[in-house]
Design a protein around this ligand. Structure first.
Ligand code: ASP
Ligand code: MG
Length: 477
């Protein structure tokens, strides 16, 4: 539990924002677990809960919307039944009769909203980004309604809050960014009075709204981000992300059985780890709490007594060198050769513009100076789009052989070693190289940022497991 702050002699209850992910609210049993966790912690702290949609609901909503826009009615009608059934089951099992009377009509309204939107998409044979955001985040509206009602059924004071009333974002639908000043003002205005009255707000994750009040979403997995946005807005003492794993691990346990939980990592390490394989956190989660230095915990709602991982502004100067290894399996390496016709800056500018146009991010980038060659890795799934875009952009140069054709290496894995204290520790790459060399694993490309927080290696996918194990062993993680 967080230390109690003293202010003017009077003990102040700490404020914790607790986010519960899709698996943590995935069934009636899991929702009951959430209620038990909240029941326990509100004894010593004020809590704002943030909830994701029930596991799988968001995927289903997006699929339904897409099919509707293709003119198909049957599939979304099936999804409608499924949506109603799953939420209804929770209401049947966990709500008091009085709560059922209030909440069942509300859930029915939400399902009706789904139906209206899908009918619209079917008629128009089109779905706009804003339409998609309103629909894809409906799962959060339904789960917040239910969780809050479960808390009331158990005698706690609670109110479901739609984050469109708190989080103000830009209009980049599908991946919106919060406008912090406005968000802070609105959040305090909406949640402040509830907290003062001892009411637990249960806020929808994932969604926000533009200044004009049009619903937006914060990107897939965005409920983590919602939690830290609200935490920063409310000056919370801590943010707890309840998920389905015990914390951030030294490596993926499916690859390395000896992998262990890291009790503490720094903000920057967490960002680095979230960006690659370790899917515990949405990559933008840490940003809102950085200035205020609010600690973020990763905890397991399936195993609440496990302390989890604490993410802190700067890790203590403990272990030197590599702290964790993360990896991405399905990558491809693309090489563009500018020959001597296109300068490197021009080549890079045009290549990255293509990636930007397709909204594709790179996993690693290297340049070899003498011969104007740019090499970068992306997810295999993005390859077709990127290839088309690059071939269009360089059509003329390719025709005249001014630039080499695209060289694409498939079945690539990127293995990344992460650690704040790698900085200033000589010999880390050497040891990693050595460990891979002894296993006969060939390194195809390597990149290290000047921050020295991570070193990335591109290798063959088939070598990935062995490579991660070898590095894990070399650094005795
Ligand atoms: N429900 C959303 C998603 O599946 C947001 C989240 O779970 O964080 O992406
Ligand atoms: Mg998530």
């Amino acid at each position: 539990m967080v230390k109690v702050k003293e202010s003017s002699g009077k003990a102040k209850r700490p404020l914790i924002v607790m986010k519960f992910g899709g698996t943590s609210v995935g069934s009636p049993e899991r929702m009951q677990g959430v209620a038990e966790i909240l029941e326990k912690h509100i004894r010593d702290a004020d809590v704002v809960a943030v909830v994701s949609a029930m596991g799988g609901a968001t995927d289903m909503l997006i699929r339904a919307a897409t099919q509707a826009s293709q003119g198909m009615e049957e599939p979304w009608k099936g999804s409608r039944q499924e949506l109603a059934r799953r939420h209804r089951e929770v209401a049947d099992k966990l709500l008091s009769a009085a709560e059922q009377a209030v909440v069942l009509p509300r859930l029915a309204e939400q399902v009706k909203h789904f139906e209206d939107l899908c009918s619209g998409f079917t008629l128009l044979r089109e779905i706009t980004p804003r339409g998609m955001d309103t629909l894809s985040s409906l799962g959060e509206v339904m789960s917040a309604t239910l969780v809050s009602s479960i808390l009331r059924s158990r005698g706690m004071k609670s109110e479901a809050v739609d984050a469109v009333e708190c989080i103000v974002t830009d209009d980049n639908f599908g991946n919106a960014s919060p406008l912090f000043d406005e968000t802070t003002a609105k959040t305090r205005q909406r949640l402040g009075p509830l907290l003062k009255d001892g009411v637990i707000p249960v806020v929808t994750g994932f969604r926000g709204a533009t200044r004009e009040g049009v619903c937006t979403t914060l990107g897939r997995g965005g409920s983590d981000f919602s939690a830290t946005i609200l935490g920063a807005a409310l000056d919370a003492d801590e943010v707890w992300i309840w998920t389905d794993v015990d914390g951030v691990m030294t490596a993926d346990p499916r690859l390395v059985p000896e992998a262990r939980i890291l009790p503490e990592i720094s903000y920057r390490e967490a960002i680095e780890l979230s960006y690659f394989g370790a899917k515990v956190l949405h990559p933008r989660t840490i940003q809102p709490v950085m200035h205020k230095k609010i600690p973020v915990w990763i905890k397991n709602s399936f195993n609440p007594s496990c302390p989890g991982t604490k993410i802190v502004p700067a890790a203590k100067n403990g272990q030197a060198g590599v702290k964790a290894i993360t990896s991405v399996k399905d990558a491809v390496l693309i090489t563009m050769n500018g020959r001597n016709s296109v300068s490197f800056p021009q080549l890079a500018a045009r290549v990255f513009n293509c990636l930007h146009l397709e909204n594709v991010s790179t996993l690693m980038v290297t340049q070899s100076s003498a011969d104007n060659v740019l090499c970068f890795a992306i997810h295999q799934a993005d390859l077709a789009r990127v290839k088309t875009e690059l071939e269009k952009a360089f059509e003329l140069e390719m025709l005249h052989d001014y630039v080499g054709g695209l060289e694409v290496m498939r079945n690539i894995a990127i293995v990344v070693t992460v650690g704040e204290n790698m900085k200033g520790t000589p010999g880390i790459s050497g040891r990693a190289f050595g460990a891979l060399g002894r296993k006969g694993i060939n390194i195809i490309a390597i990149a290290q940022g000047s921050s020295e927080l991570s070193i990335s290696f591109a290798i063959k996918s088939s070598d990935m497991k062995e490579a991660v194990q070898a590095i894990h062993e070399e650094f005795q993680l």
